[in-house]
Design a protein around this ligand. Sequence first.
Ligand SMILES: C[S@@+](CC[C@H](N)C(=O)[O-])C[C@H]1O[C@@H](n2cnc3c(N)ncnc32)[C@H](O)[C@@H]1O
Length: 278
Amino acid sequence: MSRIYKAAPLPFQGQKRFFVESYKKALIEMNQTKEIKIIVDLFGGSGLLSHTAKQVLPECQVIYNDFDNYHQRIKNIPKTNLLLEDLRELAKDEPQDKRISDAVKARLEDRIRAEEQKVGYIDYITISGSLLFSGNYANSFEELAKQRFYNTVRKSNYEPADGYLEGLDILRQDYRVLYERYKNIEGVVFIIDPPYLSTDVSTYSNYWKLADYLDVLGTLKGSSFVYFTSNKSQIVELLDWFNINYNMDSPFTGAKRVERRNVVNNQGGYTDIMMYKR
Ligand SMILES: C[S@@+](CC[C@H](N)C(=O)[O-])C[C@H]1O[C@@H](n2cnc3c(N)ncnc32)[C@H](O)[C@@H]1O
């Protein structure tokens, strides 16, 4: 039996690791009448929700929209491990978790540049997790090199994750194209986890404006869905308000809601929300 992942095998900002258990329960509940045939993960990200769906409902077709080419990062884990081994060695005399000296930073950069020339593929997001201040990410050599380096180089290699994407149909399309293709098919459930409006979007290719965020609501109308948002976006409150004051239909009417509080620091935090409806 293949391994069940509780978190994405490689770093991915915005992965729904803390929702995996509630999400599993929601899928099982939605499939009580065994009517789900296809699960379309419109904003696949790390693929964690696609992976989980395939484990919970193995008889369903699961479509993972890999907009960020995460599967390439998974495929290249052995190369990433080799590079990290060298970076670990180069940084070994630098104090743990502290800023890396300019001299050692220059040597690390030389090694990364050589990798780019020789191997051609570098998983910059994973490398960022080992060299940059917590939560900072780079997508290219230039973005990486202009930041300060910290000795947070991972101590052990990443495990190969060959089974993680097993059984998934992987494609890469704008979510609207995919939605149009599947919206009228029987037994489809859409997994809808768009980039957060007010989150740090530095690791995503595009920046999302309010209009982009509202456009996504179009995919909820008349669909079976599992939708993720946070109280930071206030989207659920906004639709409730229109519903109460203007009697406007809300796609969330009749949906079930699960919340998870995130404490960021002692100043407070925010609440992640999962809404689902069959
Ligand atoms: C919040 S993340 C999804 C996280 C995912 N559920 C997970 O658990 O890893 C949103 C994703 O939507 C992707 N995205 C951005 N614009 C998109 C578009 N037009 N169509 C499809 N996906 C898009 C982003 O690149 C990002 O991977």
